[in-house]
Design a protein around this ligand. Sequence first.
Ligand code: TXA
Ligand code: MG
Length: 320
Amino acid sequence: MSTSHTGRSVKKAAAILQAGGVVAIPTETVYGLAGNIYSKKAISKIYSTKKRPRSNPLIVHVASVDMAKQLVTSFPMAAMKLARKFWPGPLTIILPKNKNVGDWLTADENTVGIRIPNHPLTLRLIEVTGLPLAAPSANPFTYISPVTAQQVEKMLGSKVDYILDGGRSRKGIESTIVEVRGNAVRLLRSGAITDLQIEKALGHPLQRNKSVKTAYPGMFKKHYSPHTPLILTSDVISIVNKCKNKKIAILSFQKKYALPITIMQIQLSKKGDTEEAASNLYDSLHRLDQGDYDLIVAEKAPVYGLGKAINERLQKAAVK
Ligand code: TXA
Ligand code: MG
């Protein structure tokens, strides 16, 4: 599907961003809804298009460490280690912001989240414009994040000025978010890079203080959520047995269940690979939510690899 405002033109996307418009951009994690961080008008449009509360800050996408440094008061050693290892890539680093970052962008926090996305079109777009781009995921607030231009088109359509089509996002779930204060590194959101990978790069353990974590903006209980009710379980069969009169779809991690063929089943990874499962997660949820089901029964992923990040998302998707 292609419409007049979906395409592959970096030039067109750049002109719109420079004029204060909003453009859906491809990244390796999910599609973002991007605007020039220096344009109040663009930032307001991002919030209103998503119906996102203003108390929830936006993260900024840059094309180099030098560009990131222009937005912060310091770039500690620990942050530099992580940036060198994982950028461009799915790691967002929260750092103390400087006066170049307006309060309207960060909900009055004194910090800003930054990452270099790993997608050739979006990197070109940032380089061509020279602009840091604020971009939350390009979904309406609390709904499933998009991993294709077509999903953005379906959810936001004409509300965005242009959709830059860069194909399906390879990672399929959002970036991991860490906050760096001095040399202390705290995990705020699990994502496409595992805790273990980060700890290996740092050479010491991450802080995971639960009570602090829930106090952060944007760490809402309900998120990533389809309109169809969803149950997360380790025991798919017993839920299916309890819901005999319902039209059910199953989202399993690996297994194919011995059930009547009338029951829709999607396996996230037939070989049990958590990266493959993550890359199929949102795409599958979008597909199932298009179907006319009464209930999606999602099976818990195993705890290794990206299983934790997958389960955290399914847990939030299950909240009504
Ligand atoms: O992979 C990703 O990170 C995608 C792509 C487009 O880059 N972006 C994304 O943005 O997931 P968003 O806004 O959907 O999620 C970012 C999360 C939000 O929960 C927000 O509250 C939190 O990061 N956040 C942003 N700035 C923060 C800050 N200064 N302190 C604490 N949390 C922050
Ligand atoms: Mg989001």
